[in-house]
Design a protein around this ligand. Sequence first.
Ligand SMILES: O=C(O)c1ccccc1N[C@@H]1O[C@H](COP(=O)(O)O)[C@@H](O)[C@H]1O
Length: 214
Amino acid sequence: MIPDVKICGITTAAALDAAIAAQATHVGLNFYPPSPRFVDIGTATALAGRAAGRITLVGVFVEPTDQELAVAIESKKLDAIQLHGEESPGRVAEIRRGFGLPVWKALPVSNADDVASALRYDQVADFLLFDAKTPKGSALPGGMGLTFDWSLLQNYRGSLPWGLAGGLTPATVHDAVRETRTSLLDTSSGVESAPGVKDVDLIRAFCEAARTAG
Ligand SMILES: O=C(O)c1ccccc1N[C@@H]1O[C@H](COP(=O)(O)O)[C@@H](O)[C@H]1O
Protein backbone atom coordinates (compact mmCIF):
# COMPACT_ATOMS: atom_id res chain seq x y z
CA MET A 1 0.00 0.00 0.00
CA ILE A 2 1.33 3.45 -0.89
CA PRO A 3 1.40 5.62 2.23
CA ASP A 4 -0.21 9.02 2.35
CA VAL A 5 2.22 11.94 2.47
CA LYS A 6 1.83 15.11 4.50
CA ILE A 7 4.12 18.02 3.71
CA CYS A 8 3.97 20.09 6.87
CA GLY A 9 4.82 23.72 7.49
CA ILE A 10 3.82 25.12 4.11
CA THR A 11 4.28 28.90 4.00
CA THR A 12 4.19 29.79 0.30
CA ALA A 13 2.03 29.18 -2.76
CA ALA A 14 5.05 27.69 -4.56
CA ALA A 15 5.54 25.05 -1.86
CA LEU A 16 1.82 24.30 -1.80
CA ASP A 17 1.70 23.89 -5.57
CA ALA A 18 4.81 21.68 -5.46
CA ALA A 19 3.19 19.40 -2.87
CA ILE A 20 0.04 19.10 -4.97
CA ALA A 21 1.98 18.51 -8.19
CA ALA A 22 4.03 15.81 -6.44
CA GLN A 23 0.79 14.09 -5.35
CA ALA A 24 1.17 14.62 -1.63
CA THR A 25 -2.16 13.83 0.03
CA HIS A 26 -1.98 16.38 2.86
CA VAL A 27 -0.33 19.69 3.68
CA GLY A 28 0.03 21.28 7.09
CA LEU A 29 -0.27 24.94 8.03
CA ASN A 30 1.52 25.80 11.26
CA PHE A 31 -0.30 28.10 13.71
CA TYR A 32 2.34 27.92 16.46
CA PRO A 33 3.95 31.41 16.65
CA PRO A 34 7.49 30.32 17.71
CA SER A 35 7.81 28.04 14.67
CA PRO A 36 9.85 29.19 11.65
CA ARG A 37 6.90 27.76 9.66
CA PHE A 38 4.27 29.88 11.43
CA VAL A 39 1.70 31.43 9.08
CA ASP A 40 -0.26 34.53 10.05
CA ILE A 41 -4.00 34.54 9.48
CA GLY A 42 -3.78 36.44 6.18
CA THR A 43 -1.24 34.02 4.72
CA ALA A 44 -3.18 31.03 6.04
CA THR A 45 -6.38 32.29 4.45
CA ALA A 46 -4.71 32.75 1.07
CA LEU A 47 -3.03 29.34 1.19
CA ALA A 48 -6.22 27.63 2.34
CA GLY A 49 -8.13 29.19 -0.54
CA ARG A 50 -5.51 27.95 -2.98
CA ALA A 51 -5.55 24.46 -1.44
CA ALA A 52 -9.32 24.07 -1.31
CA GLY A 53 -10.54 21.00 -3.16
CA ARG A 54 -7.00 20.08 -4.24
CA ILE A 55 -5.40 18.59 -1.12
CA THR A 56 -6.31 17.81 2.48
CA LEU A 57 -5.43 20.69 4.79
CA VAL A 58 -4.30 20.12 8.38
CA GLY A 59 -3.85 22.94 10.91
CA VAL A 60 -0.97 22.37 13.36
CA PHE A 61 -1.41 23.76 16.88
CA VAL A 62 0.46 23.50 20.19
CA GLU A 63 -1.76 23.66 23.28
CA PRO A 64 -4.10 26.17 21.63
CA THR A 65 -6.80 28.11 23.44
CA ASP A 66 -10.34 27.91 22.09
CA GLN A 67 -9.96 31.49 20.92
CA GLU A 68 -6.79 30.68 18.93
CA LEU A 69 -8.51 27.70 17.36
CA ALA A 70 -11.60 29.71 16.49
CA VAL A 71 -9.60 32.46 14.78
CA ALA A 72 -7.45 29.99 12.86
CA ILE A 73 -10.32 27.77 11.81
CA GLU A 74 -12.76 30.49 10.81
CA SER A 75 -13.10 30.38 7.02
CA LYS A 76 -9.80 28.49 6.57
CA LYS A 77 -11.57 25.28 5.57
CA LEU A 78 -9.22 23.11 7.59
CA ASP A 79 -9.92 19.41 7.16
CA ALA A 80 -8.29 18.39 10.45
CA ILE A 81 -6.67 19.79 13.58
CA GLN A 82 -3.23 18.48 14.60
CA LEU A 83 -2.42 18.92 18.29
CA HIS A 84 1.35 18.80 18.79
CA GLY A 85 1.78 19.75 22.44
CA GLU A 86 0.99 18.18 25.79
CA GLU A 87 -2.79 18.20 25.32
CA SER A 88 -4.51 15.74 27.68
CA PRO A 89 -7.07 13.21 26.43
CA GLY A 90 -9.76 15.40 28.01
CA ARG A 91 -8.61 18.49 26.13
CA VAL A 92 -8.40 16.54 22.86
CA ALA A 93 -11.98 15.33 23.36
CA GLU A 94 -13.13 18.87 24.15
CA ILE A 95 -11.52 20.31 21.00
CA ARG A 96 -12.91 17.52 18.83
CA ARG A 97 -16.41 18.08 20.22
CA GLY A 98 -16.20 21.86 20.16
CA PHE A 99 -14.84 22.38 16.67
CA GLY A 100 -16.37 19.45 14.79
CA LEU A 101 -13.18 18.54 12.96
CA PRO A 102 -11.15 15.32 13.05
CA VAL A 103 -8.31 15.62 15.54
CA TRP A 104 -4.82 14.25 15.03
CA LYS A 105 -2.86 13.86 18.26
CA ALA A 106 0.90 13.99 17.88
CA LEU A 107 2.75 11.87 20.44
CA PRO A 108 6.45 12.33 21.27
CA VAL A 109 8.30 9.02 21.38
CA SER A 110 11.62 8.11 22.94
CA ASN A 111 10.80 4.81 24.66
CA ALA A 112 8.24 1.99 24.85
CA ASP A 113 6.19 3.75 27.56
CA ASP A 114 5.59 6.64 25.19
CA VAL A 115 4.05 4.27 22.65
CA ALA A 116 1.98 2.55 25.34
CA SER A 117 0.62 5.92 26.47
CA ALA A 118 -1.00 6.32 23.06
CA LEU A 119 -3.83 4.13 24.34
CA ARG A 120 -5.04 7.08 26.44
CA TYR A 121 -6.19 8.75 23.23
CA ASP A 122 -8.04 5.76 21.77
CA GLN A 123 -11.54 7.09 22.31
CA VAL A 124 -10.87 10.79 21.87
CA ALA A 125 -8.69 11.32 18.77
CA ASP A 126 -9.18 10.33 15.15
CA PHE A 127 -5.57 9.78 14.20
CA LEU A 128 -2.20 9.53 15.95
CA LEU A 129 1.08 10.95 14.73
CA PHE A 130 4.16 9.38 16.32
CA ASP A 131 7.01 11.89 16.32
CA ALA A 132 10.44 12.05 17.94
CA LYS A 133 10.53 13.54 21.43
CA THR A 134 12.46 16.80 21.42
CA PRO A 135 14.90 17.43 24.30
CA LYS A 136 13.61 19.25 27.40
CA GLY A 137 13.89 22.99 26.93
CA SER A 138 13.73 22.80 23.11
CA ALA A 139 12.18 25.76 21.36
CA LEU A 140 9.77 23.51 19.46
CA PRO A 141 7.95 20.24 20.21
CA GLY A 142 8.36 19.16 16.56
CA GLY A 143 9.84 20.22 13.28
CA MET A 144 13.43 19.75 14.46
CA GLY A 145 14.47 16.91 12.16
CA LEU A 146 14.86 14.39 15.00
CA THR A 147 14.14 10.70 14.52
CA PHE A 148 13.35 7.93 17.00
CA ASP A 149 13.68 4.15 17.14
CA TRP A 150 10.91 3.07 14.76
CA SER A 151 10.95 -0.50 16.10
CA LEU A 152 9.18 0.85 19.22
CA LEU A 153 6.01 1.18 17.14
CA GLN A 154 5.69 -2.60 17.00
CA ASN A 155 4.37 -2.27 20.56
CA TYR A 156 1.44 -0.07 19.60
CA ARG A 157 -1.77 -1.92 20.52
CA GLY A 158 -4.34 0.82 20.05
CA SER A 159 -7.15 0.95 17.54
CA LEU A 160 -6.49 4.33 15.92
CA PRO A 161 -4.90 4.74 12.51
CA TRP A 162 -1.51 6.40 12.81
CA GLY A 163 1.25 8.11 10.89
CA LEU A 164 5.01 8.55 11.27
CA ALA A 165 6.84 11.87 11.70
CA GLY A 166 10.25 12.98 12.85
CA GLY A 167 13.28 13.70 10.72
CA LEU A 168 11.96 11.96 7.60
CA THR A 169 13.80 12.83 4.39
CA PRO A 170 13.67 11.52 0.82
CA ALA A 171 16.62 9.28 1.72
CA THR A 172 14.90 7.64 4.71
CA VAL A 173 11.40 7.11 3.29
CA HIS A 174 12.03 3.58 2.00
CA ASP A 175 13.48 2.34 5.29
CA ALA A 176 10.71 4.04 7.27
CA VAL A 177 7.97 2.36 5.26
CA ARG A 178 9.67 -1.02 5.28
CA GLU A 179 10.24 -0.95 9.04
CA THR A 180 6.94 0.53 10.21
CA ARG A 181 4.36 -0.12 7.46
CA THR A 182 2.99 3.31 8.32
CA SER A 183 -0.10 4.58 6.50
CA LEU A 184 1.15 8.18 6.45
CA LEU A 185 4.55 9.89 6.27
CA ASP A 186 4.75 13.41 7.67
CA THR A 187 7.73 15.65 7.00
CA SER A 188 8.69 19.24 7.51
CA SER A 189 12.40 20.05 7.90
CA GLY A 190 13.37 17.08 5.72
CA VAL A 191 12.09 18.88 2.64
CA GLU A 192 13.66 22.26 3.42
CA SER A 193 16.85 24.07 2.40
CA ALA A 194 16.79 26.10 5.65
CA PRO A 195 14.38 26.20 8.62
CA GLY A 196 11.00 27.27 7.23
CA VAL A 197 12.16 27.34 3.59
CA LYS A 198 10.62 24.50 1.59
CA ASP A 199 12.57 23.08 -1.35
CA VAL A 200 10.40 22.02 -4.29
CA ASP A 201 12.94 19.43 -5.48
CA LEU A 202 13.03 17.80 -2.05
CA ILE A 203 9.21 17.79 -1.90
CA ARG A 204 9.13 16.06 -5.28
CA ALA A 205 11.82 13.55 -4.23
CA PHE A 206 10.04 12.77 -0.96
CA CYS A 207 6.70 12.07 -2.65
CA GLU A 208 8.38 9.99 -5.35
CA ALA A 209 10.18 7.94 -2.69
CA ALA A 210 6.85 7.34 -0.91
CA ARG A 211 5.24 6.10 -4.12
CA THR A 212 8.03 3.61 -4.71
CA ALA A 213 8.35 2.47 -1.10
CA GLY A 214 7.08 -0.84 0.18
O1 LIG B 1 7.45 22.20 12.13
C1 LIG B 1 7.35 22.89 13.15
O2 LIG B 1 7.93 23.97 13.26
C2 LIG B 1 6.51 22.42 14.29
C3 LIG B 1 6.33 23.26 15.36
C4 LIG B 1 5.55 22.88 16.42
C5 LIG B 1 4.92 21.64 16.42
C6 LIG B 1 5.09 20.78 15.35
C7 LIG B 1 5.87 21.15 14.28
N1 LIG B 1 6.06 20.31 13.20
C8 LIG B 1 5.61 18.95 13.16
O3 LIG B 1 6.66 18.10 13.55
C9 LIG B 1 6.78 17.04 12.62
C10 LIG B 1 8.19 16.57 12.51
O4 LIG B 1 8.99 17.56 11.90
P1 LIG B 1 10.34 17.20 11.15
O5 LIG B 1 9.96 16.44 9.90
O6 LIG B 1 11.16 16.39 12.09
O7 LIG B 1 10.97 18.51 10.82
C11 LIG B 1 6.29 17.65 11.32
O8 LIG B 1 5.95 16.72 10.41
C12 LIG B 1 5.17 18.54 11.78
O9 LIG B 1 3.95 17.79 11.84
